[in-house]
Structure formats: C-alpha cells, structure tokens
Design a protein around this ligand. Structure first.
Ligand SMILES: [Zn+2]
Length: 283
C-alpha cells in the first residue's frame, strides 16, 4: 500500500524537476523606469516566483521613441543601461528609430560597445513601415554587431505585419530576430517557415518568437492544438516566453504555458533555455 503513493510522488516530481529552473521573462515594459522594475519585482515575488533574468525595454506610456529626436533616444538608452547596472537580473533592450538613418546606426554601434545584445523596434508605436529600406539597413547593422532585433508582431499594423517581417528576416540572414507575440491570432502564417525551409538556401533559422500575450489567449482555447502545431513547425528551440508586463503578469503567462499540452522538456526550453542561449547568459 505504501509503494504506490511513493511511486506516484516520484512520477509527479519528474515534470517538476524539468520546469524548476527559474524562467527568463524576455518581454517586460518599463513604462516608468525604476518604479516599473519595483512593481514588476513585487508582482513576481507576490506570486511566489523568481526570474533568472528579464528583458527590460521602454515603449508604452510616454515612451514611444519616435523619429527625428535621436538625442532623446540616446538619453533613454543610457537611462535603461543605468537601470540594468543597478538590477543584475535585467537584460537591457535598447531602441533606435530606423528613420533616423545614420544617427540610428551610430546609436546601435554605441550601445553595442556598452554590451547591449538586444534592440527593440516597434512598427506600430514608432510609426515606421517594416518594408522601408532604412529598416533593413538598421537590422543588418544589428546583425553585424551581434545584436538580436525584437519586433512587435501582434498583427495590429495594417498591411501585412507578418509578411513584411518575414521578408525583412530573409533580407538580413545574419541578424537574429525575435517576433513578439508570434503573430498574435494570425500565428498560423508562421507555419510558412516549415515549407520555406525546403527551399534551397532558405532556412529562416534566424527567426525566433516570443509567445507573450498570445499564450494567455490560446491556452485551453479551441485553437490551442493548432498553436502547438505552429510552435513545433517553427521550432521549439525558437520560442521564448515573455510576460509583456504590465499588460500581463508573469504568473498569468507561466500558468498559460503550463496548461499547453506540450512536454516538460519543451516547456523547459521555452521557459529558460532558448532565451539563455539567445541572450548569451551563463547556464
Ligand atoms: Zn510588449
């Protein structure tokens, strides 16, 4: 009578071990700088969680990083780097505006020299067209500097959000991209990667996704199975988790990930391993 419960306990512990590593939250908005970090950390702690690292970025609230004011963007990047220096778990995600041309390329070079590994640009709030050649120039430079480019991909930009981003990534094969939200509810588009990889010389292996926000909607929804099918088609090694705080909490996000009908090993990659490798963090 005693063996069965013991065995059950051991079996239950196996998936727990696989997901015990503290997650990396790749997508946290710092609308209000230091105060946002304090709010985020308090919320994570109150939920009984810890994070191995979190990617902190501007955007949202008063921080839109529009074109025509590169001095302002430079000051914001410096403020972000100062916050990261004070908060060891924070990975700074800098920004630039593609339409600032040479000034944006210079700023990218400058922040790369300061150790930045990630750039975020946002077609919707920064009001630029991902098909503009200045965007291609910026992301190519990022690739040369070893900086991965995070771009919002919630499909709220009219006129071919995912299609334009796909083209952009093909035009800059040396640059790693993270398409945030994995297309939102248009995630089905990204199954194209599975077919595209059969074309000669076309791999699309530089494309990663975070499933922030979208995962909270699809978990236990009628489209969950299709979402999982898409994650596997683009490659589980290419998927990151992010909360998109403050719009969603980390707990809400991890609970949704846990509800997805995928293996513990797949969850471990998404929670931690893929982001660790992409961000170049220590194991
Ligand atoms: Zn976001």
């Amino acid at each position: 009578m005693k063996i069965a419960p013991l065995l059950a306990a051991v079996l239950l512990a196996v998936p727990h071990i696989a997901t015990a590593q503290a997650p990396i939250d790749s997508h946290v908005h710092l609308w209000n700088g230091e105060k946002s970090i304090a709010d985020y950390e308090a919320q994570v702690k109150a939920a009984g969680l810890t994070v191995a690292a979190f990617g902190g970025m501007w955007f949202g609230g008063p921080n839109q990083a529009l074109a025509g004011n590169p001095d302002d963007i430079r000051a914001r990047n410096d403020a972000l780097l100062a916050l990261a220096a004070k908060h060891p778990t924070m990975v700074p995600i800098a920004t630039a505006h593609p339409y600032d041309g040479a000034a944006a390329l210079d700023e990218l070079q400058r922040v790369a020299g300061l150790g930045v590994k990630l750039l975020k640009i946002q077609p919707h709030t920064q009001k630029f067209d991902p098909a503009d050649p200045r965007v291609l120039a910026l992301v190519r430079r990022a690739g040369d500097l070893g900086i991965a480019v995070v771009i919002d991909n919630a499909n709220i930009v009219p006129g071919g959000d995912s299609e334009k981003l796909f083209n952009l990534a093909l035009g800059a094969p040396k640059t790693k991209f993270v398409f945030a939200h994995m297309g939102g509810l248009n995630f089905r588009f990204w199954n194209i990667l599975k077919m595209a990889r059969t074309a000669e010389g076309l791999f699309g292996n530089n494309i990663y996704f975070d499933i922030s926000a979208t995962v909270t909607l699809v978990a236990d929804a009628p489209i969950e199975e299709e979402f999982i099918w898409t994650m596997r088609n683009v490659g589980i090694d290419r998927i990151l988790i992010g909360s998109d705080h403050p719009q969603f909490s980390l707990k809400q996000t991890l609970d949704a990930l846990d509800r997805l009908d995928i293996t513990p090993a797949e969850k471990a990659k998404i929670r931690y391993e893929n982001a660790r490798d992409l961000m170049g963090l220590k194991p």
